[in-house]
Design a protein around this ligand. Structure first.
Ligand code: ATP
Length: 602
């Protein structure tokens, strides 16, 4: 097979950048995937994710805008100042290098043909460089790529290391496109009816997602499919060192409703810290975040404690949080999150030691435990964990009635915890999904609008008055429509940000401005659209019907009343934001509560 040229990819990326619907986007991507061999598809998927390896390997290309600008300068001969000026106008280094190469190419006659392999190799080399002297090498490797690329290729080469290729391609789109690629190999594909085609694609998509849930590496999954077909995925199994996709909790507004749903169930304290997944393979311990990042280095004390466990191979999950030994209380989340850092980890570990509360086990000594009911997994967990200063089991109780649940809840609240988690005793571990096997009940649920929402910023308005100095007046945010893989507007947020947050917002948002992305659905038009990347936590008084917003349009649109930004949720991907379905559920729960409390009817 002829080696894939990078220009083929850049051309497809260009088509994808200019599509008007998500369907077109997946079709183009599927078409590109069809042209690849197993190594190429893998590489393209990583590059689409702004990486050279799956997230959990932690191989960052490690480029900031400054280094890229240096690379552009080295390759084109334009000065840093000229590049910066152009960047401040365009807001995208991809377009900057494109323009500079157009100007420069008047002088140069030809460029060498660039292969995908070469581009990938150079980025891989960059990811291996760290420390003193590494920057020079990185700039050289990047400039080398620019020197042998056309303008179109250079545009994407500049964007890849920033992890922002600006195509709006998320994991669900990649999975859809792989499914289409396989479906098209079906006999008589072109003659099939649309409904039949849809069913075939859906089945394939489910199989891909099932594999992805236990093995968070879409690159490798695509490679297996190319080599062995969809049946090759049957052998994809949970394995130490490779994170699974975490399960998530549903919410219900009262103890009564939880018991109605689950009957006899387990209740646990809900700790407000970091959710971590720990893999142990003898003495090799790895810790992953819920976004599958490798965050091992941030938890030295937990690593040491896990090493002491007798079991050789396991995957356990829990919540780590900072504990104040003097007052015997947990610190708030803002303190725990300080551990999320690259430097001075040891110092922070001394200042705010963490405790780990384990609440699940999904793998032990070569055996996948995910299909086992929760009550059995918990027994296994209890049998292998010997509690100590650092490692504990989450506090758990089996209850039968709403009264007991209510009592446990009040007890936890009075201890300063944020609520409880109820768990279905018979449910398997449902990776990658939010189902009623876990139900959370929090302090704030009692009464009108219960929980906060995690929403994705899709645009912003420039401010007036005091805020103008930050160039930011209000945010336009969206919920995630999981079925359609789209971001639907739900609120405009003008208040609740401290100056510090405003500054950070402006800095981050100005880097991800975009011409409207096809996955954004909004009738309101902000001054600037941004790539749906940043997730924030939002509190509001109520969910109301509103034709202005696109969330749950079939119900005339749902919106938030008096929304306030609380904090960044950097631990969440946009696809992990509150979904349109959850908003609908919250809306109907809220209606129900208000009918119960005030006897109102709509
Ligand atoms: P929230 O903002 O309510 O934490 P979320 O969207 O971040 O919600 P969910 O998956 O809905 O996350 O809520 C479950 C989270 O609660 C888990 O991700 C985990 O981090 C945390 N948690 C704390 N204590 C427990 C426990 N005992 N069992 C399971 N999860 C727990």
């Amino acid at each position: 097979m002829i080696k894939m040229l990078f220009i083929t990819i850049a051309e497809y990326f260009d088509k994808i950048e200019n599509v008007s619907s998500r369907l077109e986007m997946t079709d183009y991507l599927a078409e590109l995937f069809e042209k690849t061999n197993k190594e190429e598809i893998k590489k393209i998927i990583y590059l689409l994710q702004g990486q050279v390896a799956p997230t959990f390997e932690g191989k960052e290309i490690g480029f900031g805008e400054k280094l890229i600008a240096e690379g552009i300068s080295k390759a084109t001969g334009f000065t840093r100042k000229e590049i910066e000026e152009s960047f401040s106008k365009k807001g995208d280094l991809g377009e900057v290098v494109e323009e500079m190469l157009i100007k420069k190419s008047q002088g140069s006659l030809f460029t060498k043909e660039l292969t995908l392999k070469k581009v990938f190799e150079n980025f891989e080399k960059m990811s291996l460089r760290e420390g003193i002297g590494s920057q020079e090498t990185k700039i050289k490797l990047l400039a080398e790529l620019f020197n042998s690329s056309t303008q179109k290729e250079a545009k994407y080469i500049a964007r890849i290391p920033l992890g922002n290729i600006r195509l709006g391609v998320g994991d669900p789109t990649i999975m859809d496109s792989i499914a289409i690629m396989i479906a098209k190999q079906e006999k008589n594909w072109l003659k099939l009816k649309e409904e039949e085609k849809r069913k075939i694609k859906q089945k394939l998509r489910e199989k891909i997602e099932k594999a992805y849930n236990v093995y968070s590496d879409l690159g490798e999954i695509s490679e297996i499919i190319k080599e062995k077909g969809i049946n090759g995925l049957k052998k994809v199994e949970i394995k130490t060192g490779t994170p699974i996709r975490p399960t998530a909790a549903e919410r219900l507004p009262s103890a009564k409703e939880i018991i109605k749903k689950l009957g006899k169930c387990a209740v646990e304290a809900k700790y407000d810290g970091f959710r971590i997944l720990i893999s142990k393979d003898d003495n090799e311990i790895k810790i992953f975040s819920r976004q599958s990042e490798n965050i091992t280095k941030m938890f030295p004390e937990i690593i040491e404690a896990v090493k002491q466990l007798k079991s050789k191979k396991l995957f356990i999950e829990g919540e780590a949080l900072a504990f104040n030994e003097e007052t015997n209380e947990y610190y708030p989340f803002q303190i725990t999150i300080q551990r999320k850092r690259k430097y001075d980890v040891e110092k922070k570990a001394k200042e705010y030691p963490l405790q780990l509360f384990l609440f699940d086990i999904v793998y032990l000594e070569g055996k996948n435990l995910m299909e086992k009911p929760f009550k059995e997994r918990r027994k296994i967990l209890e049998s292998i964990i010997k509690e100590n200063e650092i490692i504990k089991l989450s506090e758990m109780k089996i209850i039968n009635s709403a009264k007991e649940l209510e009592k446990f809840f009040e007890e936890k609240i009075s201890q300063g915890l944020e609520g409880i988690m109820a768990k279905d005793l018979d449910a398997p571990y449902i990776a990658g999904a939010r189902k009623f096997s876990w139900i959370k009940l929090k302090r704030s649920y009692k009464g009108n609008l219960d929980d906060t929402l995690d929403l994705v910023i899709i645009g912003y308005y420039t401010g007036k008055g005091k805020r103008t100095q930050f160039g930011l007046g209000a945010l336009l945010v969206a919920a995630y429509n999981k079925e359609k893989d789209l971001f639907e507007s739900i609120a405009k947020i003008g208040t609740g940000m401290t100056e510090e947050i405003l500054k950070e917002l402006e800095e981050r948002l100005s880097k991800i401005k975009t011409i409207k992305n096809v996955r954004i659905i909004s009738e309101l038009k902000p001054d600037y659209w941004v790539e749906p990347k940043i997730v924030i936590e939002v509190r509001a008084d109520e969910i109301t019907k509103s034709p202005l917003h696109s969330c749950a349009k079939e119900e005339t649109g749902l919106a938030l009343r008096f929304p306030r930004m609380i904090k960044f949720r950097n631990d969440k991907k946009p696809e992990q934001a509150t979904t349109t379905n959850e908003v609908k559920q919250m809306y109907s729960k809220q209606k129900k509560v208000s009918v119960e409390l005030f006897g109102q009817k709509e």
